[in-house]
Design a protein around this ligand. Structure first.
Ligand code: ADP
Ligand code: GLC
Length: 469
């Protein structure tokens, strides 16, 4: 048994912007189920959904360079996992997690540097740690703080660091002038260290100083070592390839299961699909689309960001409108993408229904009510929605990249490789043709529904990784 302390900016059910939160809401419990002791450190955002917590540390003085803070630590225990919330109102008492109206908070480097210092404080005072497990750039400074600032501190002797990259597109790069503010020794600021083209890079720091690095699918672990997917880090990742691996995410079938889903009007399973038809009719009604169960309904639930390749959907919207199909979209993100989808829907409300915003219940109802699910991502480290779709019998049509390629195959879905509107349109065409043969279609749905992507296997892989350290 090891004591593992995870550090993250998001975790369900407390604070979520994307799949990172789903992973931090489920992997820790799976590890506890396998005998590990697990803590998770995250900010106490004012928006965090915390029903009741216990204050377990009143005043913990911490420093980020010249900035002094006194934080408190609140604890919530779920499924045996100790979630430690860092209470620091001057930094976290804001409406957003990272930004407001699309503009990043100017002190994000301090906000997340403090999170790492707080994690070290929790390890020192509350939860003696064998393995620090950092997630994404927000936790990138943990390893250099541990290896440089606290190198001689016996509290941490023997502790190891794992970094999981959920998305290489977010690197946490800040001006060189922040070095002093972050309390980082200038000696670390060079291209083999945490400098990235003259800037301080949190993610690079994590990659360089962690003992092991992984991404969230085997395919993405390979892709990020190429210039096409490396975001400028491909050389760095090839240098550190000896400690780089890919471990596919699992999903939480307690939350995402059509047999028990409390957000649906009717529940269903691979052996009884009638509830899926009812879910579709209810969704069409909810979204004010023409009620026609024979017309195939595509679904999209997504952050509206460039990564997700939704510009391809916009590029073929006219052509799709000419087909016998409908498309339901739920998403929020970049204002220009939001506007683009709003205008597509207002031009053809009989074909396209668009909900701009974040709504977990609607996300579940689209997963259940749609016949097919679209994910034309430019890149996709793992992707969870296509895995949910498989379980809901909602056939995924995906770009063959990253985790999408690892989780969807010709037996369960449709894939296209080239990132182009024509390639997406061709894959949709293939799906529409296949839809005509009801029996074969239902067989395809069932093959997806019985696939098992639960955390058991993936949690065991993380345990092997911890043991190897
Ligand atoms: P990413 O983490 O890149 O956004 P994933 O597929 O890993 O992509 O995870 C996305 C998660 O966020 C899923 O749980 C999905 O249901 C959820 N999600 C994304 N956008 C929305 C939204 N607008 N409303 C509700 N849930 C959303
Ligand atoms: C990121 C990725 C997504 C992945 C999620 C959880 O947000 O974009 O592909 O599933 O993290 O690891």
């Amino acid at each position: 048994m090891s004591r593992i302390l995870m550090v993250t900016a998001e975790a369900t059910p407390f604070a979520k912007a994307g799949g990172l939160a789903d992973v931090l809401g489920t992997l820790p419990a799976a590890l506890v189920g396998r005998g590990e002791e697990v803590g998770v450190v995250l900010p106490r955002y004012s928006s965090a959904r915390i029903s009741s917590s216990q204050r377990i540390w009143n005043e913990m003085p911490l420093a980020v360079g010249p900035h002094a803070f006194v934080v408190a630590i609140d604890q919530v225990i779920i499924h045996g996992v100790r979630y430690f919330f860092v209470d620091c109102p001057p930094l976290y008492d804001r409406p957003g997690l990272y930004n407001e109206d699309g503009v990043d908070y100017p002190d994000n480097h301090i906000r997340f540097a403090l999170l790492n210092q707080a994690a070290l404080g929790v390890a020192r005072n509350i939860f003696r740690t064998d393995i620090f497990h950092a997630h994404d750039w927000h936790a990138g400074l943990l390893a250099p703080y541990l290896r440089a600032n606290f190198a001689l501190d016996p509290t941490f002797f023997g502790a190891k660091c794992v970094l999981t990259i959920h998305n290489l597109g977010y690197q946490g790069n800040f001006p060189a002038s922040t070095l002093t503010e972050l309390g980082i020794d200038r000696a670390l600021f060079h291209p083999e260290g945490l400098e990235f083209f003259g800037r301080v890079s949190f993610l690079k720091a994590g990659i360089v100083w962690s003992d092991a690095v992984n991404t969230v699918s085997p395919n993405y672990a390979r892709e990020i070592q190429t210039p096409e997917y490396g975001f400028g880090f491909d050389g760095l990742l090839r240098t550190h390839a000896y400690k780089l691996s890919g471990i596919l995410n699992g999903v939480d079938y307690r939350e995402w299961n059509p047999e028990t889903d409390r957000h649906l009007v009717a529940r269903y399973s691979a052996s009884n699909l009638s509830g899926k038809r009812d879910s579709k009719l209810a969704l069409l009604e909810e979204l004010a689309l023409p009620i026609d169960s024979r017309r195939p309904l595509f679904g999209i639930v997504s952050r509206l960001v460039r990564q997700k390749g939704l510009d391809l959907v916009a590029a073929i919207a006219q052509r799709l409108a000419g087909q016998d199909m409908a498309l339901a979209i739920l998403g929020s993100g970049e204002p220009d993408l939001e506007d683009m989808f709003r205008s597509i829907a207002s031009a053809r409300p009989d074909k396209f229904a668009v909900r701009i915003g974040y709504d977990n219940a609607v996300a579940h109802r689209i997963e259940a009510g749609a016949d097919m699910f679209l994910m034309p991502s430019r890149y996709e480290p793992c992707g969870l929605n296509q895995i949910y779709s498989l379980r809901y019998g909602t056939v995924p049509v995906v770009r063959a990249t990253g985790g999408l390629d690892d989780t969807v195959d010709e037996e369960t879905g449709f894939k296209f490789r080239e990132f182009s509107p024509d390639a997406l349109y061709a894959a949709i065409g293939e799906a529409l043709t296949a839809w005509q043969d009801r029996e074969a279609w239902e067989a395809r749905m069932r093959r997806g529904m019985v696939k098992d992507f639960s955390w058991e296997v993936s949690a065991a892989r993380y345990q092997e990784l911890y043991r190897s350290l």
